[in-house]
Design a protein around this ligand. Structure first.
Ligand SMILES: [Fe+2]
Length: 179
C-alpha cells in the first residue's frame, strides 16, 4: 500500500484511507487494484516478453477499462524497468528532474516499487508517494513532479494515455526543490 513522506517535515502518512485523503487534498487520484490477480510467475518478473505484457494487460482488463471509461484514457501499455534495462542509470538521471505535462500521468503498479515526487500545496511542499504493486496513481496535468525507482530498482506498471503526445515532459525549474 502506498505511503507518503512529506519532505519538509519528514512526516509519514500510512494506511489506505489516510493516504487517499491526503492525496485527494492534493488533487492526486489514488486507487488500488488487487495485485495477486497476476499469475505468481509475473508478480516478480521485470524482463517481459510481448506475450507476458499482453497477459498483464489481460489480467487487469476490467480495471483498465473501468478507469479509462471514467477518465477518458484511450490507449495503454506496459513499462518495465530494472537493472536489465539498457542505460538504466542514464534514464533515471533524465527522469529525476521536476517537470509537468499537459495531461495527467497515470500509473498502475503491477510489480516492484517506485516513487512519485510531487509538488504539493504551499503549506505542504514537495512530498514523496512510495508505490508498490496494486497502487494506482494519477498526477494531474500541470502539477510539477518526477518519478524514480526505489532501492530495489524494479518496477512494472500500466500507463494510460488520452493522447500519447500529451505527456511530453516540460521542465519546471523550481528554486524551492531540493534533492
Ligand atoms: Fe512525468
Amino acid at each position: 500500500m502506498a505511503e507518503i513522506r512529506i519532505r519538509n517535515t519528514e512526516e509519514r502518512i500510512k494506511g489506505e484511507e489516510n493516504v487517499r485523503a491526503f492525496l485527494e487534498s492534493q488533487e492526486v487520484l489514488y486507487e488500488h487494484w488487487n495485485p495477486s490477480k497476476l499469475p505468481a510467475s509475473l508478480q516478480n518478473k521485470f524482463v517481459l516478453s510481448d506475450e507476458e505484457k499482453a497477459e498483464i494487460l489481460a489480467t487487469f482488463d476490467e480495471e483498465i477499462r473501468d478507469l479509462a471509461d471514467r477518465r477518458g484514457y484511450k490507449t495503454w501499455d506496459i513499462i518495465s524497468l530494472s537493472d536489465a534495462t539498457p542505460n538504466l542509470d542514464e534514464l533515471l538521471k533524465k527522469f529525476e528532474n521536476v517537470h509537468t505535462h499537459t495531461e495527467d500521468e497515470v500509473r498502475a503498479i503491477t510489480a516492484g516499487k517506485g516513487i512519485f515526487i510531487i509538488k504539493g500545496t504551499d503549506d505542504v511542499g514537495y512530498f514523496d508517494v512510495e508505490l508498490e504493486a496494486g497502487d494506482v496513481i494519477s498526477v494531474p496535468e500541470h502539477k510539477p513532479h518526477f518519478f524514480t525507482l526505489m532501492e530495489n530498482r524494479q518496477i512494472v506498471a500500466v500507463r494510460l494515455f488520452i493522447e500519447t503526445e500529451g505527456w511530453i515532459a516540460h521542465p519546471y525549474a523550481d528554486p524551492v526543490f531540493q534533492k
